[in-house]
Structures are given as structure tokens and as C-alpha cells.
Design a protein around this ligand. Sequence first.
Ligand SMILES: [Mg+2]
Length: 334
Amino acid sequence: MFRTINRCVWVNRVENSMENNNIKHILQLSKEEKRKFLDSFDMLMSDCDGVVWNFTGPIAGVDKALQLLRADGKKLAFISNNGMRTMEEYQKKFQSLGIVAQEDDIVHPALTTVHYLKSVNMQDAVYCIATEVFKDYLRNEGLQVMDGPKERFPDTREENQVRVYSEYFDHKDPKVGAVVIDIDVNLSLAHLMKAKCYLERNPNCLFIAGATDHIIPLGSSMDVIGPGYFIEILERATGRTALVLGKPGKALAQVVQKRFHITAPKRVLFVGDMLPQDMGFGSRCGFQKLLMLSGGTSKDALMAHNEPDQLPDYYADSFADFIELYNESIRSEE
Ligand SMILES: [Mg+2]
């Protein structure tokens, strides 16, 4: 449930608050449209935070809705941008909510990064701006992970500032073959400078991004700045473009297409709560898209959003709306 905010969206929200009112709520479809909608997909891929659960607790009805979808023959998969929890923690969380999700059903950003680095036979060190959970996934696969600097930049009045900066940012590190940036609340200018040095000095150094979210809304009283802004700083400072292995990245779209053997994208429904990340990813993959209002996007923000590739085909209040959809659908068949 990671959110992007920008001033343009806010201005448009005020001036044109009903721009997207042609996007239909799934419960406002006619009886025939509801049946057609349910018959239009064989696979449902869903984001997790803000859709299956919230940071503040469970979302009512999700377990029942997912059971109904499975009973109707829909294959389920979950694609999260959140690499702050382990795969085991994901599975425990699903289990605690009464939802069956195997490891193969879950796409985890750190594991996607590990698979990618292994696929290119990365032998050099990987400079990683991310949580320890994320870095441990790389270490556990034998990749050499570098982070830091941990020591503070020297508070000095020395005349030769070039020497001070060079010594701090450019000393005897092993060869770095990839810079990886994901969520890291401890990120600092020093980390970005390190990353910039590695990317500039080795044109073959890979530049990989996980989550691209600009804002991570934890609940009604706390939003956290996500990695999106910092990825943009690095891109602008180096002139390089990150390979995005989180949503809405093209590289992740290729991974997902291959992993789930998708041959008919329009038969996949992508469900999420974020417009740039989830709906943007759905568009990139050619999936149908459903926005849930249970997480990081309000109905007003949806109606005012003006990026066509980030708009859903449908919206719903939460997964619980599928319960009503199936109830109505069964009643209409009787
Ligand atoms: Mg989300």
C-alpha cells in the first residue's frame, strides 16, 4: 500500500474531481456485466499490503472472498513490493488470516532480485541500500553484500576537501558489480553518494531498484517516504536508469509472465491499492485491473488521477465485495 503524491495530482483533484467517473465499481455493474466480469479472468494476481491486509490489521472478508474465487476455479498469486518481511513471515501472515498461500504463489522483491543477480552470474560485490531482511536474502545465496558507510562523514575544516571526500567515498572497496536500492529508513546522503560513485566508475555496474513507491502509508497517522524519490535522485545524478524488479517495472513484468506461464494477459485480473505501482504494473502486463479502496488510494484520488496507464478498469471497496458479487451471481442463476 505504497502511495505516490505529487502536486499536479492534488491540483487536478480540486479542479476536476470526477474526471474518471466512467470507471465502474464492481457492485454497480448490471447482473449480466457482473457475470461477464467474473467469467473474464482465470487468474487473479493481488498486491498484499492495503488489499489482503493493512498495516493496522486484517481487512474483513478477504479470506471468504479468496475462498470463493478459488472455488470458482481462479488461480491466485500475490505480488508485493514489500521486501521488509521474510517469505516465512508472509506465509505466517496469510495463514493467520485463514488464507492458503504457498511460497510459489508469492512474488517477493528480494527473491526476485536474488534470482536476477544469479541469472547474470554476479560474481562482484553488490552494494545494497535496503533492510537487513532484504540483504540477508542476497547473503544467503552467496552474494557478497556491501552496505554503509557506517562511520560519520568527518566534520573537518581541512582545505583539501577533494581529499576528504575521496578518502570517505572512494577507498579500497572491492569491485562492485551491482547497486541495489529498496526500502531503507536508514538511507542517507552518504549511501546515495556511495551508490553514485559505483555506478559512475563502472559503466557495467548494474543499477537495480526494488520498490519504487514514493510514500508508504502505514496508517491514518503515519506516512513514510519510500525509495521512489531516492531512485530518482540516483537516476538524475548518474544519468542511468534503474532496472525495476518491483512493481511497476518492465523487468518484473517479464519475470511474472515467465513464472506463471501467462499466454493470455487479458484473462488475468490484477488487484491492488496503488495507482502507479499496481495499476501501472497491470497496464504494463496487459492485465485487467481492479483498484481496491481498502489501502493507499481514496475514491477522490482515483477519480482525479490523470495518468491513463495507471487507471483501473474497475474499483471496489475491498475484497469483501467479491462475496456480494458471488452471492448475487448465484441468486441470478437460480
Ligand atoms: Mg499495496
